[in-house]
Design a protein around this ligand. Structure first.
Ligand SMILES: *[C@@H]1O[C@H](CO)[C@@H](O)[C@H](O)[C@H]1NC(C)=O
Ligand SMILES: *[C@@H]1O[C@H](CO)[C@@H](O)[C@H](O)[C@H]1NC(C)=O
Ligand SMILES: *[C@@H]1O[C@H](CO)[C@@H](O)[C@H](O)[C@H]1NC(C)=O
Ligand SMILES: *[C@@H]1O[C@H](CO)[C@@H](O)[C@H](O)[C@H]1NC(C)=O
Ligand SMILES: *[C@@H]1O[C@H](CO)[C@@H](O)[C@H](O)[C@H]1NC(C)=O
Length: 480
């Protein structure tokens, strides 16, 4: 049965397009499956998982003079008239000898750009593009129209309240390139840090600006690890001090045990699997670190996988993108075929040219990076605990219709973080409706976004922007 499960998954991955927003494509599950089987094989004794890291202290800083002007985007093909903010994109070299350069896209604010904070946004995967998914599907200023050639303005874009920097990370993802793919957490954090200190030389006006980081899914690893590296380097180097104020983790994969337990409990409480399957999982599966996944457990996991049937479990109530019929609009109005439009748009030569990108086949996720990821700590909760005690603000947010890294998982994570409630659970209000729920913990804020799936700003753009604004203001979302 276990073999059948693997074959089945393998087969389903082969026949599906690797498009992040597409039904059936599940990069996080793919990476975790490989990672978990490796953990079992190594039986935790071996350190083979942890690749030897190249250290490059002090971090590389290359000449940046004049590059900002070069990176300015005059206009994206098909962008609507009246675009009233500045956009930049291009490459920052992070390792000249290995030909490694990371691609970024900066969307500045239309108003108050010179005082609004700078926010780094990261998508997960691992291996998925922050520009294609984050900017063009979720929170950026534009959405690609169904024609694949024109753009429309996203009213609830996050650059309304911040200057948002989308980074394609690690090298090999999206437009970022390298002669050698980066497939581990540690090097990803180092390269992202090197990117930031170089980028700040290119855009020196941001050096002292309030800086935040946000990301979702596997960025639950990237964001805390990069935050920790920034705080360490702020102390020990004579390089740029990065004015890190806070992080926000959305539907984040931060602990492997809660990722499993929270997901199956969510499936059961959301009527996706039967009582029998749920009981079987509870009885036979031990998901804690070091435990072995038995054949009986595998069998129930397989049953749970099959029981879901054909739903998009990154947003369980959303319609699917169907080539055969006009999709019924989803509750949120989000077009489930969006990812196809993005794929078409970003592979248009004129678009790549306007972005100063190398001509490549752009893909929303890099399957090689995703499948060959090497070091993946079982949990990053200890890193998050350090950040909580460091004084920066730490927010965990969750779209409550995501089945991939569901709200139950985030609640189990918070339980493991062992903090205490300061402001008890209350509904937060937006435009006269409940936007979600909030709990203020010691050094941690938890916010749900009601009716949003994994890609929170795609499904609930107005609520997502309200939450994000609160996060930047350091105030809990409104009670009224
Ligand atoms: C990386 O690839 C580029 C393009 O093929 C080449 O010019 C460069 O020398 C390579 N760098 C290394 C370190 O191999
Ligand atoms: C711009 O900043 C001013 C002063 O802080 C503030 O009153 C105004 O609301 C801001 N406008 C926007 C659109 O953020
Ligand atoms: C930073 O410190 C290193 C090592 O002490 C030194 O070599 C380097 O010149 C310093 N850089 C600057 C910009 O002061
Ligand atoms: C699950 O596995 C862990 C690690 O091997 C072990 O300490 C724990 O007792 C197990 N839990 C149960 C309920 O068997
Ligand atoms: C919160 O931060 C304070 C100050 O750094 C620290 O002493 C305390 O242990 C932290 N508590 C939690 C639960 O993180």
């Amino acid at each position: 049965m276990k073999i059948a499960f693997h074959l089945f998954l393998h087969f389903s991955l082969l026949v599906l397009v690797s498009s992040y927003g597409g039904n059936g494509y599940d990069p996080l599950e793919n990476a975790l499956k490989i990672q978990r089987s490796r953990r079992t094989k190594l039986n935790h004794a071996s350190k083979e998982d942890i690749t030897v890291q190249e250290t490059h202290f002090p971090f590389y800083v290359g000449p940046q003079h004049g590059l900002k002007n070069f990176d300015k985007i005059s206009a994206l093909p098909g962008q609507p008239a009246g675009t009233d903010f500045d956009q930049y994109s291009g490459y920052v070299t992070v390792h000249p000898n290995h030909g490694r350069a990371l691609f970024y896209y900066l969307a500045e604010s239309p108003v108050n750009s010179s005082t609004n904070p700078l926010v780094l946004w990261l998508n997960g995967g691992p291996g998925c593009s922050s520009f294609g998914n984050g900017a063009m599907m979720e929170l950026g200023p534009f959405r690609v129209n169904a024609d694949g050639t024109t753009l429309s303005r996203n009213k609830h874009a996050w650059n309304n309240v911040a200057n948002v920097l989308f980074l394609e990370s690690p090298a090999g993802v999206g437009f970022s390139y390298s002669n050698t793919s980066i497939t581990n957490d540690v090097q990803t954090a180092k390269d992202s840090y090197t990117f930031l200190i170089n980028w700040l030389e290119r855009f020196p006006e941001y050096k002292t600006r309030d800086f935040y980081m946000a990301g979702e899914s596997y960025a639950g690893h990237y964001v805390p690890q990069l935050a920790q590296l920034i705080l360490e380097n702020n102390k020990i180097t004579n390089q740029t001090v990065i004015n890190l104020k806070g992080i926000a983790l959305g539907n984040a994969y931060v602990d492997d045990e809660t990722a499993n337990t929270g997901m199956y409990d969510y499936f059961w409480t959301h009527a996706i699997i039967s009582d029998e399957i749920h009981k079987g999982i509870i009885k036979h599966c031990n998901f804690s670190e070091g435990a072995t996944i038995t054949d009986a457990c595998s069998d129930y996991q397989y049953q749970a996988y099959v029981a879901q049937s054909n739903i998009f479990f990154y947003d369980i109530y959303t319609p699917l993108c169907s080539p055969f019929s006009n999709s019924t609009p989803s509750i949120s109005g989000f077009d489930p075929c969006t990812d196809n439009y993005i794929q078409a748009y970003l592979n248009t030569p004129a678009v790549q040219q306007s972005l100063h990108a190398r001509p490549v086949l752009w893909e929303s996720c890099n399957d090689f990076i995703n499948s060959y990821w090497k070091d993946m700590p079982f949990t990053v909760l200890p890193v998050i605990q350090d950040l909580m005690a460091s004084g920066i603000s730490v927010w965990i947010y969750s779209g409550d219709t995501d089945g991939r890294v569901p709200v139950t998982t985030s609640r189990y994570d918070i339980n493991k973080l062992q903090t205490s409630v300061e402001i008890p659970w209350y509904p937060w209000m937006h435009q006269g409706e409940v936007g979600g729920y909030v709990v203020g913990y010691q050094n941690l804020t938890f916010v749900t976004i009601r009716g949003a799936g994994h890609f929170v700003p795609s499904y609930q753009p107005a609520r997502a922007l309200a939450f994000f604004t609160s996060f930047l203001e350091g105030k809990l979302p409104n009670k009224q």
